[in-house]
Every structure is written in C-alpha cells, then in structure tokens.
Write a protein that binds this ligand. Structure first.
Ligand SMILES: [Fe+2]
Length: 369
C-alpha cells in the first residue's frame, strides 16, 4: 500500500525561525505548498527483542505484536523521524534519531489505560522500546509537549526500562500546573520529587547527538505550559495545531485560552512553508486514515480554523463557542494526576494505587458521608 507522506526538499535549512511574526498584509502572498510526498507506512516485525528490555507488565505482549510506524525525513541529512500511532486515544508518539550517531529522543509516549477496568498496560510504550532496541538507538531525552489531559504519559515507564538515567523534559511552566492540580487532587510538593528532570525554557536549544539540534518554542493556548520542538524543518507541535481538516484543539483547560492559541498557530504558520508540522493527535473523519503531518504551506491554505485570512476575533469567537459543546475528555482526571508527575502514578495506599475522580453534586440534597 503506497501512500503519499514525506516531503524531502533538496536544500538544507538552519534551525533558525524566519518571520516570527506574520504581518497580516503578507498573508496572501503565501501559496499552498506543492510537495512531493512519498513514503510508505511499514508494518514492522518486532524481532530480536531484548527480553531484558521488553517486560510487558500487562496481559498484552509486545513480543508477539506488530507495531506500525511511519518514517519521515524533513530534509536531506537531517534527523530520522518515526511516528507511532496509539489508536485508543488517537495519539501520535515520535522518535527522532540522528542517523549517524543513532542518538535519539522520544516525544509524548503513551501509557495504555482502560478506565472501565482500571487496567494500566504498556503495549504502546513496549512498541517504542522494541523499535529502539531493534534500531540500536540510544535515547538521550524523553520529551513532553505539555501536560496531556486525554491520555496517560509513559515517560516514567520508558525512563525505567531504558536504565533510569534518561531525563524527562517538559516546559518550565508545568510547575504552575503542578501547583494548581496538586491542590485539586491532594498532592503535596514531595509527590513531585523525581518526576520531571529538566524544565525547558523558551527558545532553549539542545543537541540530540552530534548532528541534530533541537529548539524549544513556547506554544500556549491549549495549555499554558505547552511547548513544541523544532528539529531542522520538522516541528513537533503537540496539540497547538491539528491537521488542517480538524483545525485546532480546545482551549478550555486551566490556563488555556483562544487568544494565545491563535497567536501560537500564527507563529507556526509564519515558519517557511515547507516546514513540517507533526501533530500530537489526529481524529480523522470517515474516508481518511490517520495522518500526523502537514506542511506549513498546506495549513496556511487549508487549516479549518486558522488558515490565512482568519482574524483573531473570528478564531476566538469560534473556538470559545466550540469549547462549550465539548464534553470533558474521557481520561481527564486520570491523565492529569499521572501526567503532572511525568507519568508516575500517585502514591499507593494500602498497597493499591488510586486515581481520584472529583464529583460535582447537581443536587445538594444528595447525602454525603
Ligand atoms: Fe493535549
């Protein structure tokens, strides 16, 4: 099955942003990118798995399952990008790797959680571990774009299975969200010890191996702590923009707002038009398969909520109206309790791990003990 996916421009790019602020008058100067995208999703047989690394702690076994991933390369000689779909939450997980040194980073890994049974599993994360072992990658960092509210992070699990020394990184504003939700869920400051390892600053740059430079960009709006990662011409945008036919993510989480998200989307759409935006989720409508990337040029022309010509007022009006009709994410409370601790479970009580679900009493006469 051939599908069109990867754009491989010929000339090299630096990581430096161009046109950080997009002037309204220049918006219509941009044309939709015409990009030859040729890549094939591959069903990857998980073989030669190191049994010391892959230890499924669930009923599912990674050693007997095929993981599906897609390979992208944003530019010649740039990082290899591998995208893995976690289908239960429609989340995209990424591995970026230096093709020379094989040093790598994992972005937004997912822990499997069944809210009905309470079962936690590691099928998706074990696929990543199997791939890492198969490719001989050395993971230097685990990166989180934000405190997800719709799936549980597998960062702590990955860190443990990779030997315990790989730092888990997130934007520095996570601290304010930790304070907010700690009060809500009854955590103390000691509960956050040994959660995240590195708090990234805006515009911070770090090396992934000898050849790959990664730059942090603050992309607030969906959540206030939200960051993205620029690696060559690839940008890992988390939930700061969705695929063009979906448009944008909700902005009604604590600290989120539509005005900031419009600004963040504009910042992304101000990048050169052949930059590739890799999203954190995809919820394809009927007739389309899951996709994880569209170029800036395509977004400028087609993004359902933020294409060129969309005014800030229009976006805010639409986004806030849309927020009001969305139900709470199915995994909202489990996600937040785990993710503000980098994927670590809350402290056990009586040898069992409990996740809290706040209850709102629609009728105050309901007896409370
Ligand atoms: Fe999110």
């Amino acid at each position: 099955m051939n599908r069109t996916r990867t754009c491989i421009p010929r000339k090299l790019f630096s990581i430096a942003h161009q046109n950080e602020t997009r002037a309204p008058s220049s918006r219509r100067l941009f044309n939709a990118v015409s990009c030859s995208r040729t890549s094939t999703p591959i069903h990857y047989p998980l073989r030669r798995i190191n049994p010391a690394i892959i230890r499924s702690n669930s009923s599912s076994s990674a050693t007997t399952t095929n993981a599906t991933w897609m390979h992208f390369k944003a530019d010649v000689d740039s990082a290899d990008i591998y995208a893995f779909l976690e289908p239960q939450t429609s989340s995209w997980q990424y591995i970026i790797a230096d093709p020379v040194s094989l040093e790598a980073a994992v972005i937004d890994p997912v822990l499997d959680y069944n809210p009905a049974s309470g079962a936690l599993a590691t099928t998706a994360a074990d696929h990543l571990l199997a791939f890492i072992a198969e490719k001989g990658l050395e993971v230097l960092r685990i990166l989180e774009t934000h405190a997800h509210a719709d799936h549980l992070s597998a960062s702590q699990y990955l860190k443990k299975m990779l030997g315990g020394d790989v730092p888990i990184c997130i934007g520095e504003r996570i601290k304010s969200l930790q304070d907010h939700f700690a009060a809500m869920y009854g955590f103390t400051s000691t509960d956050f010890v040994e959660s995240f390892d590195i708090f990234l600053k805006d515009e911070e740059e770090f090396q992934l191996g000898s050849n790959i430079l990664c730059k942090v960009v603050h992309l607030p709006g969906h959540t206030p702590d939200h960051i993205g990662f620029v690696v060559g011409k690839a940008v890992f945008v988390g939930d700061s923009i969705f695929m063009p036919d979906l448009g944008s993510a909700r902005t009604d989480f604590p600290g989120g707002n539509a005005k900031d998200l419009f600004s963040s989307m504009n910042r992304l759409l101000s990048l050169p038009k052949d930059y590739q935006l890799f999203v954190g989720h995809d919820y394809p409508s009927a007739g389309r398969q899951h996709e994880c990337m569209a170029t800036v040029g395509v977004h400028r022309e087609e993004n359902k909520h933020g294409k060129l010509g969309t005014t800030e007022d229009e976006f805010i009006e639409f986004r806030e109206a849309r927020n009001k009709v969305l139900g709470a994410p199915r995994l909202l409370h489990p996600s937040l309790q785990v993710n503000i601790r980098a994927g670590k479970l809350p402290p056990a009580s009586e040898n069992r791990v409990w996740l809290k679900t706040p209850t709102r009493l629609a009728n105050p006469e309901i007896p409370v003990s």
